[in-house]
Each structure stands twice: as structure tokens, then as C-alpha cells.
Design a protein around this ligand. Sequence first.
Ligand code: RFL
Length: 391
Amino acid sequence: ESADVVIIGAGPAGLVLGNILLRHGVDCVVLERADREGVENRARAGFLVPNTVRILERNGLDGGVRRGGREHGVCEFRTETGRFRLDYRRLGTGEPHTVYPQHELVADLMARFLDGGGTIRFGTEAAAVADADGPAPSVTVRDADGRPGRWRARYVAACDGRHGAGRRSLPPGTVRHHRDHGVSWLGLLAEAPPSLDAVGYAVHPRGFAGHMARSADITRYYLQCDRDTPADAWSEDLIWDELDLRMRASAYGPLVRGRIVQRSVVALESDVLEPLRHGSLFLAGDAAALLSPSAAKGANLAVLEAELLARALVDALVHGDPEGIDRYSERCLAHIWRAQEFSHWMIRLLHERADPGDAGLFRERLRHVRLASLRDSASRQDWFAEQYVGI
Ligand code: RFL
């Protein structure tokens, strides 16, 4: 079987790419390991930056976000010395986030692609990309029953995340910049309305706790935990007690409790692959770079890269102009490193605490000052707001 562009992965990156290509009449297919239900129910991100909404809008993909997305523009920091709020939609570039669960966005994009005549091969796992250094690459696949197959292409877009076939198929010499931040979060989805009208970031001697709205009856919480903690180590009561403690519910009001419907331990790690193009193979989304969830940039970068790649491939295939594909890697990397820098800054803002030994205490003192300057300095707040909603 063959298509001009074979896209591996039906996440935000693969589906934005597929929709734009389809709209420009480019022959493409999406290969997805999971079944449709599995893809539609994978709850993850929820905060879209303004640029993501603009990309969806200019490509006619914003129907669901317009209907179901809600503006969000305030965050609240709770620390040893009190709390402060930043109304970031009135700072910096003056723009809010849009809260829209990633799995709903993915469901919209998938429906749109299929309704427009696009093909998604569910239950099809890409094993490897072959001959990417020439003009006729191919993707070897296995279907759900383990039967092998092969897709031939002119270009292959690996949008299959950090453990996908794209990364496995890179030539020797590809650089992977990797950083383990040494911090883990227990990520939780609670069947409960939000407890505050803001993103909550609590810095506590027992570790970080976070609160992020998702919908009227689902809220995301995070609890910093030890690296080796199994996700089910804590009972629901213990989780809520710990959230209350770290979010300082006794001082600032109780959290609205509810059933924990999903939990996973996320190790805060970042990486960037360089370059993002190898002949006719391109990486986009988490396959290109992994962002720690500290600044909520991963899905937003995935959408940005997908649009850049789509335009580049349309130029190459429809107009015979290779400039976009030649510059794809360099363009994306500029955005990726900026997002990495801010995510890294957020990690240090929220986590440094005194471990035994001087180095921990030194870093903790710096963290106090970092938070205090965010509380007190108008120019620091503008910078924060610009980075927070920027990409
Ligand atoms: P995805 O969404 O992982 O989709 C990849 C798809 O590829 C499929 N696949 C394969 N298919 C065929 N063959 C193979 N060999 C395959 N290997 C994989 C998978 O089944 C899947 O369908 O990658 P994509 O499109 O690059 O999108 C990236 C985003 O999903 C990710 O960056 C974000 O979810 C990160 N993230 C957040 N990003 C934000 O912008 N804002 C947030 O608020 C936010 N919160 C989060 C997050 C990630 C989290 N986790 C799970 C680490 C919160 C959490 C807890």
C-alpha cells in the first residue's frame, strides 16, 4: 500500500498534520496503534495557548474548541509566606489560555479527518521506517493480529510520541539532548468540580501540589512524589488529605473532593532530538521533543510543529518548493528550546526544597526569591505571563 505522506500516530500532531494535508489535496494516511476508542479516551493535556487556537482557527479545525473551550486567565501561588494571584490575561501580551481537554480535541480532529474522506488505520503499529535517506521511504507495520505489512511513501511524518517507531528509526549520529529533572508527579483526575477559579501552584515542604481545571466536573491535581512511588500507593483519602495539607486548605478553603478516576506517575523529564528531519523522515510532537508537564507546552508545540510540517509538505508536493522542508527542523527547534527554557524555569520555581546538605538549602533560598520577585515585580509578572501563554 502507499500514500504520498504516511503519518504515524493519531495524536494532536498527526491529526492536525493529516487534516491540513487533506484540505490541500495531499494523499496521506494515518497509522495508529490503538483503536479509535482508546485514542478518544486518553486524557492528558487541557491548556491551549492562544497560538494553538489561532492555528486551529485558520485551518478550519476550531469548531469544538469554540463550542467547548473556556477562557482561563488566573493562577494562584501558595507558599510558605502566603499566597498571591496573577491575573495573567491582563499581563504580558494580555491573552488567556483556553481550557479544552486534549482527548476532546483529538476526537474533534479525528472526526473531521474521517468526515473529510481521510484514512486512519487503527490497530496498526509501525515497527520501523526504512530507506528514509532516499526518495522512497517505507514503514513496516503489524496489524492487531500481528500480521506484517508495509506502506510506501514519499515522506514519512513520525508523530508517534517518545516511544514510537520514528525515534527508533533514526540514523546514528542523531543527537538526543536529555534531562531528567529528578522530580516526579502523581498526576490525578478527580471527578469533582474545580476547587478554585485559578490554576493553583502550591509549594510546600512536603513537595509541590497543583490544581488545574478541566471541566465542570473533572479537575486535574498533581502531587510531587518519590520517583519509585507506584501510582496506587496512596488511598483516595490519603491523596485528598495530602492535597489539603500542601494546598493549605485550612487557611484558604477546602478542596472539593471526588472520586479519583485516573492516576499515573510522571517523571519530569525533557529531551530534544536534533535534527528533526532525516531525508524523507520528519519528527513532530513528542517524537521531536518531550516537554515536562510543568509548563503545559507539549500539546501546544505538537500543534505548532504539525502546521509547520503540513505547510512545508504542501509546498514540496504541490508546488515543488523544498524551502519549507529544508528549514523545518531549524524552525521547530527555535520554538522547542524556548518552551524548554520556560518549563525548566517553572520546575525550579515549584520544586527546590532543602534536602539534606547545603546545596538543597541554597537552591531553596533561591526559589523563595524567585517566587517573591514574581509576586512583587511588575516586569517579572509581564515576562511570566508572556512566557506562560506564549509558544
Ligand atoms: P501523542 O498524543 O502521544 O500521540 C501519539 C500517537 O501515536 C500512537 N503511536 C503509534 N502508532 C502507530 N505505531 C506506533 N509505533 C506508535 N507509537 C505510538 C499513540 O497511540 C498515539 O495515539 O503525541 P503528540 O501528537 O506528539 O502529542 C503530544 C501531546 O500528547 C503531549 O505533549 C501532551 O499531552 C503533554 N501534556 C500537556 N501538554 C500541554 O500542552 N498542556 C497540558 O496541560 C499538558 N498536560 C501533558 C499534560 C502530558 C501528560 N502526561 C501524560 C505525560 C499532562 C500529563 C499528565
